[in-house]
Write a protein that binds this ligand. Structure first.
Ligand code: IVH
Length: 706
């Protein structure tokens, strides 16, 4: 039975619905956390919470004391032990068109400075499963783990051992003493159909697609259940190795095969951009006949020495890209538009849809981004919309089917003026530095808004930020509900609060050991590297990469914090200094100024900092001629590309800046250098040619040159 849209509920219906939702959400929380047997998907669960929030927004006086809005839902329990990957398991950047594939090739040639000869690539099917890392020592499988967040995965060795494609012992010879083989666990179409047929016959829930089924099968607590699922494994990469075992990806694949792994027979070695495009067409044609799901083609630079030179950009390699197949589309009806509040208070409209299957999964919600987007596409509640889903990308509404609009037409969507949080604070439209209105609407409640506070704290304890052992989202939610943890510093105060800890020992699920572990977990994070400290603050536009840039740029917490105070006061020198950092632009500066401009944020940060020992940014190398120097490259470089020069300079402990200022130590100027060179001359800075620079860093070409 379709739900009544929130906007149509009478007050009596709303009250009843809130009771129903509170009970349902509590029951699902229990099923999820205690019984480890969720009965609905994450998306369905989110929808329940959103509906609850939507109703509360319309009828603030009906908000229940035990409203689920005041509790935090959370992620999986820790049923498997954590495995830290020695070499992180990265993801891939995506390309969606021929042009983007060609640009990938062009980018690589530019970076490597290769003009004429075509580059060799491997083109491999992108298997739509889940990746796993298998560690072999002395040729014997010692541990297998899921990818997790790329840095820490779950130990699923027993389950992986049930997969017939995974050798317990490596075959042949020539394997390094330590080698981590990586690849994809997947379920074939036939096995998927069989599994779902069995589930259906037994009256159990079926899986939405082969990938979910593979993930569910691999994460069984009982490996005997995994053993009944005919999972497959294709090897395509590796992590830690004690010795190199191939000069190129193509040979590496052959080696993996020789050691007893399955590799995808459709993989090819191709040359140049043309080869990339051709391989894509072939894979597209082969796709329906493969018998397992693929969602694109992975291109990798074949030569491993070139891969090494190309390196990485934060979480993705520069030397590989995934060319994705186009998104699948479907039609469905838009039933309601609800508002969702994010960590930074941005309020996003979310479409509630009549459930529809697209790209193998059932979609019930889709983001509508912002009010302008809704107006631009003229999306109205009741419309039939075209929904699109590409891979694991969030489903999007492409547009409206005009001919299907109900008669009389529903009114255009009006953005509510208040936040759906129980405080119903007025929403403000964000403005840019110059005063222009942006599309973003924010809840002005900040830390007073329970959604924002919770989202901030969630971010704070997340794996990439503080990652406190024993303080997952579940525990955080409980402490939040108890009123013990309302801001980051509270976490560290809790660890010292003897009375609280005594009380905690009396709570369900806690005992002497778990409290001791929690305290140890918190204490272990009291010393935190500067970049994580910055990232943990959850400032808009300051993700991991930018946090690292800021940490390296300022060096220490006192330097960073006092600079931010000055940025908040819009001190021109401080702003210029920030702007001069590589990859830092207007959005970051504005976000930092806004964040530190708020008195309560400054208080929260300084109370947090008082609890911590913040480690200075990892000291860049100090034993080189350019260590600690700020370098600006300008004009054309002839022996290496700009990116390569930058990477090399940073590896030697230099800072690379984008603009010339008093703080610049060295300007490396090539042919065509313009205003930066002029500024350098005016400031009387050291200006070097490219060859002089290379001599300085000891990378000089043979002597008769230059
Ligand atoms: S290579 C550093 N090769 O795609 C790059 N990944 O979006 C490591 N995948 O996490 C990945 N087929 O789960 C690679 N032939 C293939 C792949 C493949 C599927 C998956 C893998 C990875 C994701 C990245």
């Amino acid at each position: 039975m379709p739900e009544i849209p929130v906007s149509d509920l009478t007050e009596a219906e709303a009250a009843e619905e809130l009771t129903r939702l509170a009970d349902a959400i509590a029951a699902h929380d229990l099923a999820y956390h205690q019984a480890d047997a969720p009965v609905i998907s994450d998306a369905e669960y989110d929808a329940l919470r959103q509906r609850n929030a939507g109703i509360e927004a319309r009828f603030p006086h009906l908000v229940r004391e035990n409203s689920p809005s005041f509790r935090v839902g959370s992620v999986r329990s820790d049923q498997f032990s954590a495995v830290e990957h020695g070499v992180p398991m990265l993801s891939l950047d995506n390309a969606f068109s021929d042009a983007e594939a060609e640009e990938f090739d062009a980018r690589i040639r530019r970076f490597l400075r290769l003009d004429e000869s075509a580059i060799a690539y491997t083109a491999e099917p992108k298997i739509d499963g889940l990746s796993a890392s298998l560690r072999y020592e002395g040729g014997v499988l010692v541990r297998g783990a899921t990818r997790g967040d790329g840095r820490v995965g779950e130990d699923v060795t027993a389950n992986l051992l049930t997969i017939s494609d995974i050798p317990r012992r490596l075959a042949g010879e020539g394997w390094p003493d330590v080698v981590e083989v990586r690849g994809e666990v997947y379920l074939s179409h036939a096995a998927f159909a069989e599994l779902n047929a069995q589930a259906e016959a037994a009256g159990q829930k079926t899986y939405a697609n082969p990938r979910n089924a593979a993930a569910g099968s691999l994460r069984q607590i009982d490996p005997r259940i995994t053993a009944t699922r005919p999972l497959g494994f294709f090897a395509y990469a590796w992590g830690e190795v004690s010795a190199p075992f191939a000069p190129a990806q193509w040979e590496a694949l052959a080696q993996l095969k020789a050691w007893g792994f399955a590799t995808t027979p459709q993989s090819r070695r191709v040359e140049g951009a043309e080869g990339l495009l051709e391989a894509y067409r072939e894979m597209e044609a082969a796709r329906p006949h493969l018998g397992f799901d693929i969602d694109g083609v992975v291109y990798k630079v074949d030569r491993l020495d070139w891969q090494q030179r190309l390196g990485f950009v934060t979480r993705t390699p520069r030397w590989a890209i995934a060319r994705k197949f186009p998104a699948e589309q479907a039609r469905t009806v838009l039933m309601a538009i609800d508002l969702q509040v994010g960590r930074t208070g941005a309020v996003t409209p979310v479409a509630r849809l009549t459930p529809v299957t697209v790209g193998g999964v059932v979609v019930e919600n889709a983001t509508l981004h912002n009010a302008d987007e809704i107006a631009r596409k003229d999306i109205r509640v009741g419309d039939t919309v075209i929904l699109q889903r590409a891979g694991d990308v969030i489903p999007q509404i492409v547009g409206v089917v005009a001919s299907e609009r109900p008669d009389p037409p529903p009114p255009p969507f009006e953005f509510p003026g208040t936040c759906p949080c129980p405080l119903a604070t007025p929403l403000v439209r964000e403005t840019t530095a110059s005063g222009a209105e942006t599309v973003v609407r924010r809840c002005s409640g900040e830390f007073a808004c329970p959604f924002q506070r919770i989202e901030h704290l969630r971010h704070f304890v997340s794996r990439r930020a503080y990652d406190i052992e024993g303080l997952g989202e579940k525990q955080l939610a409980a402490f939040f509900d108890l009123g013990w943890v309302r801001e980051p510093a509270d976490i560290f105060r809790l660890a010292r609060n003897i009375a609280r800890l005594d009380e905690l020992r009396t709570l369900d699920g806690y005992g002497e050991t778990s409290v001791a572990n929690l305290v140890a977990g918190i204490e272990a994070r009291r010393a935190i590297p500067l970049d994580r400290f910055i990232f943990g603050l959850g400032i808009r536009h300051i993700g991991e990469t930018t946090a690292m840039v800021l940490a390296r740029g300022y060096g220490s917490a006192p330097a960073f914090l006092s600079a931010m105070d000055r940025v908040a006061e819009r001190d021109p020198e401080a702003m210029e200094e920030l702007d001069a950092l590589d990859q830092v632009g207007g959005a970051v500066i504005e976000a930092a100024a806004a964040y530190f401009g708020e008195a309560h944020n400054r208080r929260i940060v300084s109370e947090l900092a008082a609890e911590l020992t913040i480690r200075d940014a990892e000291a860049p190398r100090s034993d080189t001629a350019v260590a600690g120097k700020t370098v600006v490259f300008t004009g054309a470089l002839e022996r290496m590309t700009r990116d390569e020069a930058k990477a090399r300079a940073e590896a030697l402990g230099a800072k690379v800046a984008g603009s010339v200022s008093k703080k610049t130590d060295i300007v490396v100027a090539g042919p065509g250098a313009g205003s930066k060179l002029k500024t350098a001359a005016e400031l009387g800075l050291t200006v070097l040619t490219e060859v002089e620079w290379l001599e300085m860093i000891g990378d000089a070409p043979s002597s008769e040159e230059g």
